[in-house]
Design a protein around this ligand. Structure first.
Ligand code: HEM
Length: 528
């Protein structure tokens, strides 16, 4: 851990000793209480034998843990127990196991585990980490009212308009394509929540939220979470102890950025409302501010807190997931030109080249939808989702699942199920078509958005965003390999980032408008 090297040597040794003693104490208590249930004949689900203190922490790929768990599936099965330091983890390696526990027993499995760094690093405002209870329920109700399937239809014209803006931005500045995808995703979130249309570049509100994400990222790493859990005093070490005070400084910076990211766009919209400006009525904050007016003051304070937190959470949940999926799509197109050519042939045959795709065209474009499904499956942006936690002891198929266990749906393993997806590492949209060329019933949206009461509440909006981005780009752009100085295609191996979301890092490519597409015609389609 980087910050330990900055500490003076004796402090670092003391710190390690303290971590070990905390882990030993928790281990002894756990063994004592568990022994009682195991005596009744129930054992934990199968899994690797844990080493003393560390459990299996050193055997798991720290950057891409889903690869280890997926490899272990053959040996330990669909419901697997792994101990990581003092944390009990259950990994669900199949969609059916995730449905059995996270959906059918959702009253037990909808909590989130306690993560000691969430609150100090400003993610207490992020309701995706909220414990299962009344505050989470209120946030969830707010988001549901704005983003449920029928309500989310209101955002479609904006989503299509912003998708066309991606193409204009690519024509203007093709090398910045990852940035144009992020702008699209941020605009979708900011418009639907605050009626705020970010600038294509250097937008101050988008920068604020991204600065918060950058500042909080290191704090949410499992290593930092374990340390802060074992030694909460690290969050109050005075400035004059160099090295050790770094955790407090980083946490404070992240916390303050979190407050600013939550308050600034919220207050911006409140001012517009006070000035009686014209605001799109479906905007989440506008709609709920009006709903709040009928509440008494104590309920209103609670509601306003939930509304602010929900607004920030939408932005955090919507941006890197949506833009990451578009990065995956673009990578797959550059690697597989036959696929975008087949999709263009479908689009040209169905709607011609005189206009751009609209939502009403979707049922007539099954191959495009197959590409959307394959983009969600091939590199799921959340390969392990967000951890759930169990609120009380449970028995499943004769196995004991202790209260407080962290439960992961291994979405990556589901995407690599070879009985369902032969050759799972290849990008092949045809797997979602029947022999007549119609879409079949297999939809990875059934697992990539998570499970049960914590299932992604933005999934309808995400689906519409991803579809509008993909269909618009397929109708207007060619995706070719970049050339070297001799005119040869540049070969490259795809690499992936694993931060908030799993997505390809920028790769060499040559994305250009199709022959019949001009910037002017696109601008006309925006009404500008
Ligand atoms: C391709 C795009 C997206 C994918 C693959 C995705 C996936 C996920 C997953 C796997 C979870 C965890 C579910 C669980 O705990 O079982 C989640 C949670 C969440 N997502 Fe998404 N998401 C996407 C886009 C969005 C969008 C566009 C929004 C907002 C409009 C959003 C808002 C949220 C929120 C608020 C949560 C936390 C829910 C809770 O804890 O109750 N997501 N998402």
């Amino acid at each position: 851990m980087e910050w330990l090297t900055a500490a003076s040597q004796p402090s670092a040794i003391q710190l390690v000793a303290l971590v070990l003693s905390a882990v030993v104490t928790v281990d002894v208590v756990r063994r004592f209480t568990r022994h009682r249930i195991e005596r009744q004949g129930y054992s934990l689900p199968p899994g690797p034998t844990p080493f003393p203190l560390l459990g299996s922490a050193l055997s798991v790929n720290a950057q891409e843990p889903w690869l280890t768990y997926t490899a272990w599936r053959a040996k330990y099965g669909d419901v697997m127990h792994v101990r990581l330091l003092d944390i009990d983890v259950i990994v669900l390696n199949s969609q059916s196991a995730a449905i059995e526990l996270l959906e059918k027993r959702s009253q037990l499995y909808s909590d989130r585990p306690f993560i000691a760094t969430v609150e100090p690093y400003g993610h207490g405002a992020n309701f995706a980490f909220a414990r299962y209870g009344p505050h989470w329920r209120l946030c969830r109700r707010i988001v549901h009212q704005t983003f449920r399937a029928e309500a989310a239809l209101a955002f479609r014209p904006m989503q299509l308009r912003r998708a066309r803006q991606i193409v204009i931005n690519i024509i203007d500045d093709p090398s910045e394509y990852p940035f144009h995808f992020s702008t699209f995703a941020s605009a979708m979130a900011m418009s639907s929540v605050y009626d705020y249309e970010p600038k294509p570049r250097d937008d101050p509100m988008v920068k604020l939220v991204n600065d918060f994400l950058d500042a909080s990222f290191a704090g949410l790493s499992p290593e930092m979470a374990v340390l802060v859990k074992a030694f909460p005093f690290l969050l109050s070490v005075p400035e004059w102890i160099p090295g050790l005070s770094r955790v407090r400084r980083e946490a404070n910076k992240s916390y303050n950025l979190g407050i600013a990211a939550m308050e600034t766009p919220y207050q911006w919209l409140q001012k517009r409302m006070e000035a009686k400006e014209d605001i799109v009525t479906d905007t989440m904050v506008f709609d709920h501010t009006q709903r709040m007016e009928n509440l008494d003051s104590s309920c209103r304070a609670e509601y306003e807190k939930a509304l602010k937190q929900t607004s920030l959470t939408i932005f955090l949940g919507a941006t890197q997931t949506t833009s990451g999926t578009l990065m995956t799509f673009a990578l797959a197109m550059v690697k597989n030109p036959r696929i975008w050519k087949r999709a263009q042939a479908e689009i040209d045959a169905v709607i011609g080249t005189d206009r751009l795709p609209e939502y009403e065209d979707r049922p007539s474009l099954p191959y495009v939808d197959a590409i959307v499904r394959e983009s969600l499956r091939w590199q799921p942006v959340g390969p392990m989702g967000i951890p759930h936690a169990v609120v009380s002891d449970d028995i499943y198929k004769g196995y004991y699942i202790p209260r407080g266990t962290t439960v992961f749906a291994n979405i990556w393993a589901m995407s690599r199920d070879e009985s369902r997806y032969p050759d799972p590492d290849a990008f092949i949209p045809e797997k979602f078509l029947d022999s007549e060329g119609n879409l079949n019933l297999d939809n990875p949206a059934d697992f990539v958005f998570g499970f049960g009461r914590r299932i992604c509440p933005g999934r309808h909006t995400a689906d519409a965003s991803v579809w509008s981005g993909i269909v618009t780009m397929l109708a207007t752009l060619d995706f070719n390999a970049a050339k070297d100085v001799n005119g040869n295609d540049i070969e490259f191996e795809a690499k992936f980032a694993n931060g908030i979301a799993h997505h390809p890092v920028p790769f060499p490519c040559n994305i250009t408008p199709r022959a019949h597409i001009t910037r002017e015609s696109l601008e006309q389609s925006l009404g500008t």
